[in-house]
Design a protein around this ligand. Sequence first.
Ligand SMILES: Cc1ncc(COP(=O)(O)O)c(C=O)c1O
Length: 388
Amino acid sequence: MSSVLGTYARKNISFKEGKGSYLYDENGEKYLDFVQGIAVNVLGHCHDHLVKTIQEQSKKLWHVSNAFVIPEQEKLAKRLTDNTFADFVCFQNSGTEATEASIKIARKYFHEIGKTEKKRIITFKGAFHGRTLAALFAANNPKHVEGFGPKVDGFDQVPFTDLKSIKKTLNKNTAAIMIETIMGEGGIKTMSNDFLKGIKDLCAEHEVLLILDEVQCGVGRTGNFFAFEKSGIEPDIVPIAKGIGGGFPLGACLVTKKVSVGMTPGTHGSTFGGNPLAMSVGNAVLDIIYEKDFLKNVKQKGEYFEGILNKLKDKYPKIIEEVRGVGLIRGLKMLVDNTEFIKKLTEQKMLTVKAEENVVRLFPPLIVSNKELDEAITKIESVCKEMN
Ligand SMILES: Cc1ncc(COP(=O)(O)O)c(C=O)c1O
């Protein structure tokens, strides 16, 4: 019997090593890994540059308190702000801490400018923002919140992509609208540019901040650094995590100068957030992602993947209903049971992960090759054939 608290329904496989797109189990069996820690290992398993970085940094310095200046942190923050909408970055350890920090920053901004009535955040049905109490009740998924009351107040939920409901719900107490640019756990649901622009216009009209949760879809996964870039809008606050650490626990909250005014010394903190070891890995991830043509290649591979997935959908219309997503964040909405499909794919030595709406999620690493994408299609097709 395991001594680990049983909060996961784990599959009975464990891995002893990984390289790039592949994992190897205890028996040496090779698996094509399109889970990658749920969109975490953007550079695949044990990328040489990350391994070298962590080895070198681990001999120099692991952890110092945020009571001191941390040069690696300054460097990562500067690189993130030089290349994005943001002026400041606040480092955390996980996605849920980054979304939680986003909520705090939005509320504190209005407090600071004397609009203390603006405290409430509009969120969306089917969202996922993490497992701290505020993030849980922000998403308000009945499966996740049951038994964890009393409810954390301050969130008003509306249906996904329904501008009319947002308009109706907005009031003088609304501080922010918080939405995943691509809804991940909810089923890889994308939003039109028009909808995003519509939200941004409402925010401007009602003096409301826009928080775009890019914990799952950010850091290069769509072929842009942020998924929202293609819409041309600019958010006020963006929590990221997963990809920025490439497998090392790291989260961050990116903010504009305007909304940062309330975040003075003592207003927020994290013992581990932004320590030299984590920051050196974050910088190493950016070394690769910022390489010329890296994101262009992600875009091309994403389009290639979309093309071959759609061919498969057309060939097996009774199995795959829809190909969702952008770039290398993909979902197959299934007409057969997604759990059964994933089980059969695992037997074919390919790893995937489910989402709501009967979706199978596919997260190849951003360094995946077209040959590996073809291999994925062969494995997916063999399960389609079997279940047809
Ligand atoms: C969109 C989104 N926000 C927040 C989180 C929470 O991140 P973490 O599990 O690192 O706390 C997740 C995790 O899946 C996520 O997908």
